[in-house]
Design a protein. Structure first.
Length: 304
């Protein structure tokens, strides 16, 4: 039995060896395929013809520029416009220094000197009685307002009008500032004039405004407002204007107590309370402020 197995093993070994020799044997010269050999001298690199340069050194492409359309021929400037001298343009000094305006009954003689001076710092040279409030500072600190107006502006605020945000910031609603201004100057006696373009940032909208009361510049402030959705930019722009109004009113003394640290501490201790609340969705707890006369916090917060 063992001898039979050994014989079979030797036979299989011989077959595998023969197959290996037949596979590794090189082909005979008669059956081998010959390929033509390329000489080293024939191995020259292929050359690509260089493209013609489109520009000349130091000159660029003047012929291309000349063929572009231009708007020079679309504007017809009358020849007489080139002869206007700078001295012919009226200025605010003409209303003050001109002898004819002082001795004659012209319209320029009826313009007050302070209005004419305002034209030099931003007013219209042709109509100094209407300053350009985007640049002008007319009337700033010229004289105080009447006593009755000052009493309205500096009236102590009513604690019932003051609100507090959940983070503890004390503020006066912007409608209260407008009511004080209407009471002091009358509706239409004051206004906000923008002094810059609206600056829209990634999250904040800001713009500079000037508060004008009875035709005089009173204060300048930049309002700002955050937004979280591009669709809310118009609303943020309006809130930015209200924020600028609140800051301008500081110069008039309206609700100046809200910038007094002592008043803020006393107001919080007397009219406000800080409570623990729990977010029913996340079960997280934190402290929030509210007035004592206001109800407890509602969903999603629950006072604990």
């Amino acid at each position: 039995m063992a001898s039979r197995l050994l014989n079979r093993l030797h036979a299989s070994t011989r077959l595998s060896a023969a197959s290996i020799r037949s596979f590794a044997t090189a082909p005979s010269p008669e059956t081998a395929v010959r390929y033509p050999r390329r000489l080293v001298s024939d191995r020259t690199p292929l050359k690509t013809p260089a493209a013609k340069a489109s520009t000349t050194v130091g000159r660029g492409n003047p012929e291309i520029v000349e063929t572009l359309p231009t708007t020079a021929d679309e504007i017809n400037i009358p020849p007489e416009a080139y002869g206007v001298s700078p001295e012919s343009v009226p200025s605010s000094h003409d209303y003050l220094a001109s002898p004819s305006s002082k001795n004659t009954g012209s319209a320029a003689s009826s313009i007050p000197a302070e209005f004419a001076e305002s034209a030099a710092i931003g007013g219209s040279p042709r109509d100094p009685s209407h300053p350009d409030w985007s640049r002008s500072y007319f009337g700033l600190s010229t004289q105080p307002f009447p006593k009755e107006v000052a009493e309205v502006l500096m009236t102590p605020i009513d604690p019932l009008d003051v609100e507090i945000k959940p983070d503890g910031l004390v503020y006066l609603p912007e409608i209260k500032y407008r009511r004080v201004l209407n009471k002091a100057f009358g509706p239409g006696g004051w206004g906000l004039a923008p002094r810059s373009e609206t600056n829209v940032g990634p999250r904040v909208v800001s713009r500079e405004y000037a508060l004008v009361c009875l035709g005089r510049l009173v204060a300048i402030a930049r309002g700002e407002q955050e937004y979280f959705d591009p669709n809310g930019i118009p609303t943020a722009t309006e809130a930015c204007k209200s924020n600028a109004l609140m800051r301008c009113c500081k110069d008039l003394g309206i609700a100046s107590e809200l910038w007094d640290p002592r008043f803020i501490r006393e107001f919080k201790s007397k009219y406000c309370v800080e409570v623990f609340v729990e977010d029913v969705r996340t079960k997280k707890k934190k402290k929030l402020w509210r007035r004592k006369d206001q109800p407890a916090f509602e969903y999603p917060f629950k006072e604990t």
